[in-house]
Design a protein around this ligand. Sequence first.
Ligand code: PLP
Length: 282
Amino acid sequence: DLVYLNGDYLPLAEAKIPVLDRGFIFGDGVYEVIPVYDRRPFRMADHLDRLRRSLAGIRLADPYGDAEWQALFAPLIEAADWPDQGIYIQVTRGPAPRDHAFPKDVRPTVFIMAMQLSAPPPEVVEHGVAAITAEDNRWLRCDLKAVSLLANVLLRQLSVDRGCAETVLIRSGHLTEGSASSIFVVRDGVIMAPPHDNLVLPGITYDVVVELAGQAGLPVALRPVTEAELRGADEIWLTSSTKEITAVTRLDGQPVGDGRPGPLFRRLHAAYQVYKHQVMRG
Ligand code: PLP
């Protein structure tokens, strides 16, 4: 359980940050999760680009370039017990006397750890998962991967309370995303998802799925999706770095389509596995 903290590698239990760290006091920081398959990072450049955009969005400079980040990850990827991992990176504005305004001369806190990553189990691929909907009550900069995740935490718990795997969010009558995933909707053979704007996190897995659908010659429409279109969907999928592509087969207790993972889900799920294995082979 080796982790990286501010220049040192040390056991997780020994990694400590000052209580006045602005990440703890204000949630003033951003994070990233990079999947690693068989010890090879997946779409690392895209994840580091998004980290850079999140940092710029909270007016922090990226402390490292891509090569430096990769060099920092390497010992953690090697030391981890599991070949498949999620590299978790968190950068906060650092420790300073409590004041909302940015402190002067503060050093950002940089923390990195390797978490175990397990692909969705066969029964989830076979049957899909149940989800509920809720009004999206988050702030208006959901494009930033900020550590201040209280709204996402509360929204996710609503689905846990009902024994469901995800909360699908609706803002002003339109689908945004899940509490911790991007959401796709299939209707009449067309794969639809809301375009990337300030109301959704630009999902890296979303981009992969759009690319794979394009390569398979399947029609994709990245455009606003209404609540009615969501509820009338033939298929609903959720995507994320940790959940890959998963079919949502029940929404608010109602079956989605015929209640089983659909044909386009099966194609994209298979394409994703092929692509993942290409990355693993290098
Ligand atoms: N949307 C939210 C709110 C998320 O937390 C995540 C994270 O997994 C995603 C979308 C999916 O992003 P990615 O595919 O880059 O993991």
